[in-house]
Structures are given as structure tokens and as C-alpha cells.
Design a protein around this ligand. Structure first.
Ligand SMILES: Nc1ncnc2c1ncn2[C@@H]1O[C@H](COP(=O)(O)OP(=O)(O)OP(=O)(O)O)[C@@H](O)[C@H]1O
Ligand SMILES: [Mg+2]
Length: 444
């Protein structure tokens, strides 16, 4: 998905220059002609970056900046050369950088590229820098995690096929990326494919490519992912969801190391490392007849099991601090830790969604927390239930809590429903229905 950038400026020339440059770089670009327009746009849809003129009619850039930082939107100020001081002021308020007019297209490109690549880094969570760093992006030092790091180091360089098993949210994709980063093919691409999310017919042509006219809609020939991942790693996520027909085809590729595009006759050699992951126990799927045993043996030449979080609770405090730091940066917050009883309940909870669930809990708490320490009131109900709150006469119903929670999140997101829905982990439509059902009044 391309990164989406909003440019807000009342000067058509500036809009024109920036949008041309950025579109050429492959970004999706939207434009706003003044501050009011800009606010409407960021409330309506999510952006990855905002280029914002300081002087505009209606609502000036500094006012818009407040709204942007409130929802964690990275912003670059555009300013006249003479008012660089204002730009510096803006950076104190949370802007990431500024462009002083008149600027060149190269300057626009480089500012944007720097911020977007930083975002990519945050998103992929892989802070690997060649061989110099070890496991920077992993947090956790319990014996089982140390064992995991050692395994990754040993197998990474072999280039052999790896199967990663672990409950959802345990860090399977992170492990897959680490294996790639530490392998001889680290300079090649890492391409993840979610086998559960792509329909069978599409998956086949995605993987193997197709020739022009191979099927209705194949107007051009297309390279498959096996070819695209050449000299890199292909990561088959949720491998258990792959259809029996495709399982056969994948097995053949693993055996022969070659592919034939759909509709084609020409055979192409593939040189790709295969890593697969599943949150099911694949041997059980084999026993139950849902997964081919021959493919299972091919894939699990080496298999790695990531322990669920409840089996390594001593890692929880380190993870909590790691995520607090991450979201402090992302939302410009200054939370410094978690209250003692909070940490205790976090350690008692059983974490069915593992590290991902913990990360979500901390993200919400950081957003909602007004003080320095995460307090019980900003934890979700399931975890809060672990904290014995004595002396409370009235127990709120689940609905009351839900209503309150939605109100707080809406407020934190300054009424931006898309953002609020994201934080709440529900669809926009569901949020809308709940707003109506509870008669919630939204912040202006
Ligand atoms: N040991 C860890 N240290 C730091 N962050 C972690 C760790 N393990 C997982 N995470 C974070 O938790 C989230 C989930 O990790 P990841 O996507 O790799 O898990 P997964 O097993 O692939 O999950 P799913 O089954 O939901 O696809 C990511 O944001 C990842 O950065
Ligand atoms: Mg995953």
C-alpha cells in the first residue's frame, strides 16, 4: 500500500511542485487549499504524513499542527524563509521538520523520505543494521527467549527451509524477518505472503506468475513472487490455511526448485529461501488430514517454536517498558512507567493474544494516560478485573464501561472516528453503530 501524504498550502504553485515530486516517488498525494480543508481531510481519513504551510487563511498551520500531533500524524512545516523562527516553534510543538520556501524538489524528496523510512522502521520493528547488531528488535531475556535467539543465529546462515510455530501474536513474523536479516541473502527481498488472506486462484498466479491471456483478466504477463523474491526470502504466513491443491504445487517447487507461470510452458529456476509460519500445531493438522504430510516434512526441516507469553512472564516488565517508549514517541507522550499494581496485574493476566495483545494494551494506555504512570483505569476490562479494587459499592456494567471507554477514545482522537476505531480495535461501522446506540455525543 502506498504511503499517503496530505499537502496543505494556499499557494497553488507549492501544491503543484510538492504533489508532482511526491507522486513521482510513488506516494499517494492529496491536497488541501487551506487550514480548514486540511483539518477536514485528516479527520476523514488516515495519512502517513502532512506537509503543512504555516500561513494560511481560515485556520493557520500552527492550529492545524495541534490537531495533527493529537492523532500522532507526522508533520513537516512549510514556511517562508523569513519566518524560520516560527518553524522552529512548530518543531517544539511536535512538527518533525520544516521546509523553507523557496525549496527544490530534491529537498522535498529528502525530507519526506527520511520521515517515511523512519516510519517503515517502526512498523516492521526490525532495527537490524547488517551484522553489527544482534537482536535489537527483540525484547525478552528469559532462558526460552535466549534459546530462541541462539537458534535463529545458527539456522539463519544455513539457508534451509524453516517452520515457525507459535500462538498468534508471539512474534512469528519478527522471527522470520530476523532469520532473513541474519542470512547470506539479507540484501535480497523479504516477501511475506498471508496464505489465509488471498483466495486460492489468486494465490497461485501471485506465487508462480502468469502469462498474458492465461485467464480472464490477465491482460499482461506478470512475474510471480517466487521470482520476485529471488535471492531473498519468501515468508508463507498462516501456511496451514493453504489449500490442498496449492500444497501440492508448493511441494513440487520445494523439491525441484523451479516454477512454471500459470498458462506458460517456460520453466524458471528459483533461488529463494522459504520460511513458513503457523499458529496451529501443524503436526496435528497433518494427523487430522488437513495438511499434507510430505509438505510438512519438507517445511519442517528445522522448526522453531515460540513460547506463548504466559510461559515467560518474566519478560513482561521489559516488554511493557519497550512499548511505552515506542508509543511515547509515536504519540508524543511522556509516560514513564506503570504503577506497581498495574504491573502486577499485567503479570497475572494469561495473555491469549500474547505480545501483540500486550502491545495493544500499552498503546491504548499510553494514549489515554494523562499522568506519568499507567494507572489501572486505562487498562482494558479483562486485565483490570485482575486488580482487586476494594471498597467499591457500585460495580459498573460492561456496557457502562464500554460507553465510557468509547467516549474517552473519541476524545483522545479528537473526534476522528477512523483513528478511534483503530485504537478500539473495531471497524468504523461498528463504532458508528455504538455511538448511535449509546447516544454518545462526539467532541465538536
Ligand atoms: N520479543 C518481542 N519483542 C518486542 N516486540 C515483540 C516481540 N514479540 C512480538 N513483538 C511485537 O508484537 C507484535 C506481534 O508480532 P508478530 O506480528 O511478529 O507476531 P505473529 O506471531 O506473527 O502474530 P500473528 O499470529 O497475529 O500474525 C509486533 O508488533 C511485534 O513487533
Ligand atoms: Mg503474523
Amino acid at each position: 500500500m502506498p504511503y499517503k501524504i496530505l499537502i496543505a498550502d494556499d499557494e497553488p504553485d507549492t501544491l503543484d511542485l510538492c504533489s508532482k515530486v511526491l507522486k513521482k516517488e510513488g506516494y499517494e498525494v492529496l491536497m488541501a487549499k487551506d487550514g480548514i480543508d486540511a483539518v477536514k481531510a485528516i479527520e476523514r481519513e488516515p495519512f502517513d504524513l502532512l506537509l503543512l504551510d504555516i500561513k494560511m487563511p481560515g485556520k493557520n498551520g500552527m492550529e492545524v499542527l495541534d490537531e495533527a500531533t493529537a492523532i500522532g500524524l507526522d508533520t513537516v512545516m512549510i514556511t517562508a524563509y523569513s519566518s524560520v523562527e516560527t518553524a522552529v516553534e512548530a518543531m517544539k510543538k511536535g512538527a518533525r521538520d520544516y521546509l523553507a520556501k523557496p525549496f527544490t524538489s530534491a529537498e522535498v524528496r529528502s525530507v519526506v523520505e527520511r520521515i517515511i523510512s523512519h516510519q517503515m522502521l517502526l512498523r516492521t520493528e526490525s532495527h537490524f543494521d547488517g551484522e553489527a547488531e544482534r537482536f535489537e528488535s527483540f525484547v525478552g531475556n528469559t532462558p526460552s527467549m535466549q534459546g530462541l535467539y541462539r537458534t535463529i543465529e545458527t539456522i539463519a546462515e544455513t539457508g534451509c527451509t524453516v517452520l515457525i510455530e507459535g500462538e498468534s501474536g508471539t512474534g512469528k513474523e519478527m522471527v522470520a524477518r530476523a532469520i532473513h536479516q541474519k542470512s547470506p541473502s539479507k540484501d535480497g527481498p523479504f516477501i511475506p505472503i498471508n496464505c489465509g488472506a488471498i483466495p486460492e486462484t489468486l494465490l497461485e498466479s501471485e506465487l508462480f506468475g502468469h502469462t498474458k491471456g492465461a485467464f480472464t483478466g490477465a491482460v499482461e504477463s506478470k512475474k510471480g513472487l517466487f521470482e520476485a523474491a529471488s535471492n531473498g526470502t519468501l515468508f508463507f504466513d498462516e501456511i496451514a490455511e493453504m489449500s490442498p491443491a496449492l500444497q501440492v504445487k508448493l511441494l513440487r517447487v520445494l523439491q525441484d526448485r523451479e516454477v512454471r507461470p500459470v498458462g506458460g510452458t517456460e520453466i524458471k529456476k528459483v533461488d529463494v529461501r522459504i520460511v513458513a509460519a503457523t499458529n496451529k500445531e501443524l503436526s496435528r493438522e497433518v494427523a487430522e488430514g488437513n495438511f499434507r504430510d510430505d509438505l510438512f516434512y519438507r517445511l519442517s526441516v528445522i522448526s522453531i517454536r515460540i513460547p506463548p507469553l504466559r510461559e515467560r512472564k518474566d519478560d513482561i516488565p521489559a516488554l511493557v517498558h519497550h512499548f511505552i517508549n515506542k508509543y511515547n514517541k509515536l504519540y508524543s507522550r511522556e509516560v514513564s512507567g506503570a504503577a506497581e499494581q498495574v504491573m502486577k496485574s499485567l503479570k497475572e493476566y494469561h495473555w491469549p493474544g500474547n505480545v501483540r495483545e500486550l502491545e495493544n494494551v500499552i498503546e491504548r494506555a499510553v494514549i489515554l494516560e494523562k499522568g506519568k504512570m499507567i494507572t489501572p483505569k486505562n487498562l482494558s476490562t479483562g486485565i483490570k478485573g485482575r486488580i482487586r479494587e476494594s471498597g467499591q459499592g457500585h460495580h459498573k456494567t460492561l456496557q457502562e464501561r464500554e460507553r465510557e471507554y468509547i467516549e474517552t477514545v473519541l476524545k483522545a482522537a479528537k473526534g476522528n472516528r477512523t483513528k478511534a476505531a483503530e485504537i478500539l480495535g473495531i471497524g468504523r461501522r461498528t463504532l458508528y453503530d455504538k455511538i448511535i446506540a449509546y447516544g454518545i455525543k462526539e467532541p465538536e
